[in-house]
Design a binder for this molecule. Sequence first.
Ligand SMILES: [Zn+2]
Length: 445
Amino acid sequence: MLTWLVGARLLVITILTMAASGIKLECGDEICLIDAGSPPPPDQARYDHYRIYNVQFDNQEQIELFQKLEDQSDSLTFIGHAREIGQKLSILVAAHRVADFADLLKTYKLKHRVLTYNFQEKIDRNMGEVLPESIDATQYDWQHFFHLKTIYGWMDVMAKKYPDLLTVLDMGKSTQGHAIKGIKLASKPDNKAIFIESGIHAREWIAPATATYIINELLTSQDAGVQKLAKNFNWIIFPCVNPDGYKYTFEHDRMWRKNRQLFGTCRGVDLNRNYPDHWNSTGSSSDPTRYDFAGPSAGSELETQCLLQFIRSNVQKEQIKTYIALHSYSQMLMFPYGYTKERVSNYDDLQEFGKKAAAAIKAESGRDYVSGSLYETIYPSSGGSMDWAHEEAGIPIAYTFELRGPPDSQDLFILPAVEIQPTASEAFTAIRTIVEAADEKGYYN
Ligand SMILES: [Zn+2]
């Protein structure tokens, strides 16, 4: 009896302990499953106590050291590459490398600042600014960030509301089978068209938010100048040209940048290095583990092919004369080329329009945006959509915008939702300035 009691008590304790730790217990026919524990945590990347360092390179030795460091370590996320003396570079340092990294900075006497001590706090705050996927798409606004489903739902809502002006477009399917949806806003069939692409880099959430803001402004603004833009130009806008990556940033890793194509042990091509224009010649990688992996070949990715095909079959038909790609961050308005320091044939015009746009932003919000060719403004890179649009598709006005924050941002790509409205407004002001200036020069005749 006593033995039985002790045995039974032990069994109960064992079951309770296992249940508390969430272990499923299978024991014969009578008792099947015990699962009283809390569900396991989601499969989500975390950045607790990751730090953002901003380092400055004062000599060649430091540059070479950091080039080596970038090659060696996947615990350090470089935002750009070490290239030149005087350059400042932000690096996200994994928690377990902080001591090691700080020692390196001291040993090689690098000037630096710590911009953020716990990156996860930024992400947690940011995730709190996302409205649930289950909401009705009519609740879409520019005070929150939204899932892909809500963005697409909102586009459908707007198309129903403005049936004479708006058409929903479908460019094709992504690697994981998601539609790449956009809209066409057309007042007159003969208008010249402006094409806007955003979200090619998944983690740059401000870009799709800005694209939808622009759609909304064109449809609802009371400003006579904006109404004129909506009437005299047709607008083709694809807010999310990397839907798989965008979804992944909400569900698994806020810092994901590429698409989700599988390469053995790792995933993702940097779609903005995959375009068939001087592909993989500079500022990209042949290594699938890298954030700027150019892909196995030029135009290898489904998302790239969708966009190539759309532009090729519409550039003449729709008279697309302007191509804008929205990215973040660094506050830059850049035009081709990215792959070479050689100048495009209309360099002076693009420089002039870019400078006017930067001045318009300064007047609106006081923010400093820099304008110049992509090569000379941010860093050399090849296989980008803008270079392809300008050089291969022959679209004369082509820009890549890096939206807020500043180059030494403490938030990196995790821009607070309160900045959506002013950032999007700045971007639209810049586009408006560029289009009006180009119009004056006869680009749309
Ligand atoms: Zn980007």
